[in-house]
Design a protein around this ligand. Structure first.
Ligand code: KE4
Length: 430
């Protein structure tokens, strides 16, 4: 399989764009090799600039629940474009999508649209701080919430719960209010509440997808809710990735734990740049121009992006069975691959939540980031490269999540499983 044109394109891109990409994970650094430059998407497939076709299990990192070039989303965008691209003034499309999102989440009475997940989370944190008039926040190692300064945090020294910047360019002062806890470990959260009486919010991916797929234990979330209630702290569910991917009505609908604020992204833009955050009216009332907490955006609620989101979420709302159908397909995929791996003596931990799937080359179950880091990264990198050769495009990092779209057929799942069997055999000379 030739990737000469991708090699040339990457060569050129690296002269123009840092690392040749506009988002680091795309550079294939954790798996090695050359990132494929994509010419087009068609249904379940990506086609690269050398004409190679792959079954796409990344789907733009989640947004494309209905695959590439979904007819209803595409025609909605084309129709919207005919009326103009952006006005910087309110449109009814924003209210229509707001109505739809509010109807799908019990915890959301009002919503604000932005242009990315990072923006949604950054704004939600500021809103929580403004509402509680407190500065400290708690996040979990292994959870990613976008690249705003106070969330680029790594564990501090020793047992300290207060974090240090995880990236140059983030002043220590910007992370001194961020405490770190361990996912699925309520004692570590209690320690944060012992170290600070000024915690504005706890933010968590209730179905974590950025350390690989690691859903939070239900009882852990219930204990987290109780701790927040006891301390007057807001609980933020970051569902930028899991929203409308894992469930129809949010993690709250399958865990019974109601967050105070929900952040969304990806699927609600149908492939166009949309993020959102929502909460009960009392909290959202704090947001400018109604309240004092400032937040703004030139392209927030962009009418073309709203049209794409409206088409995507309406389609999902009118076909609620999509999530359970895709969950079955996701289960078939990872269970099939796990069987092929076991036949070659390779241990594989698997999990799914709706259209999201994850797997780790790991002897033991993965409950947090430390567990995830014990997985076999080298084996994952080889698996990734060889599955590309077989025509299957998996996430280029073991700390990501895979996605099934409505365009991913049973036949593709079967072909993927067979290909994984060939790859595991080749990797183990089985
Ligand atoms: P964006 O700013 O990338 O739209 O969203 C940030 C974000 C916030 N919260 C969660 C739970 C997320 O998963 C993300 C972004 N997800 C990554 C994939 N792991 C985006 C891919 C990338 O960084 O290129």
């Amino acid at each position: 399989m030739s990737i000469d044109n991708s090699l040339k394109a990457f060569e050129e891109a690296q002269q123009l764009i840092p690392g040749g990409v506009n988002s680091p994970v795309r550079a294939f650094r954790s798996v090695g090799g050359t990132p494929l430059f994509i010419a087009k998407g068609e249904g379940a497939y990506l086609v690269d600039v050398d004409g190679n076709r792959y079954v796409d299990y990344v789907q733009s990192w989640g947004p494309l629940l209905f695959g590439h070039r979904d007819e209803s989303i595409e025609s909605a965008v084309i129709e919207a474009v005919k009326h103009g691209l952006s006005f910087g003034a309110p449109t009814q499309a924003e209210s229509e999508l707001a109505k739809l999102v509010i109807s799908m989440f019990d915890s959301i009475e009002k919503v604000r649209f932005v242009s990315s997940g990072t923006e949604a989370v950054m704004s939600a944190i500021r809103l929580a701080r403004g509402f509680t008039r407190r500065d400290d926040i708690v996040k979990f190692t292994g959870c990613y919430h976008g690249h705003s300064d106070s969330l680029l945090v790594q564990a501090g020294s020793g047992a300290a719960t207060f974090g240090n910047p995880s990236s140059p360019g983030v002043p220590a002062d910007f992370t001194k209010h961020t405490l770190l806890a361990e996912y699925n470990n309520i004692e570590s959260v209690k320690k944060c509440f012992a170290d600070s009486k000024e915690i504005a919010c706890v933010i968590i991916e209730p179905i974590a997808g950025n350390m690989g797929l690691v859903p939070a234990d239900k009882e852990f979330l219930h204990e987290l809710r109780a701790l927040c209630d006891a301390n007057g702290t807001l609980l933020i569910f970051d569902e930028v990735m899991s929203g409308f991917r894992a469930t129809l009505h949010g993690a709250e609908s399958i865990t019974g734990v109601k967050p105070d604020i929900v952040t969304l992204g990806k699927v609600i833009g149908g492939g166009m740049p949309v993020g959102a955050f929502g909460a009960r009216a009392e909290i959202m009332a704090k947001l400018s121009p109604e309240g004092p907490v400032y937040q703004a955006g030139t392209l927030s609620g962009n009418p073309v992006a709203m049209a794409a989101g409206l088409a995507a979420i309406s389609k999902l709302k009118n076909n609620p069975q999509v999530i359970s159908v895709l969950d079955e397909r996701a289960k078939r995929l990872v269970e099939g691959m796990q069987k092929e791996a076991a036949a070659c003596g390779i241990a594989m931990q698997i999990d799914t939540r709706g259209s999201m799937f994850g797997f780790f080359f790991n002897q033991n179950p993965v409950k947090n980031f430390a567990d995830a880091c014990k997985s076999d990264e080298a084996l994952f990198a080889k698996f990734h490269a060889m599955m590309l050769q077989e025509g299957f495009y998996f996430a280029c990092s073991l700390y990501e999540t895979g996605f099934i779209s409505t365009a991913t057929t049973d036949e593709m799942i079967e072909e993927t499983i067979k290909a994984s069997g060939r790859v595991f055999k080749a990797l183990t000379n089985g």
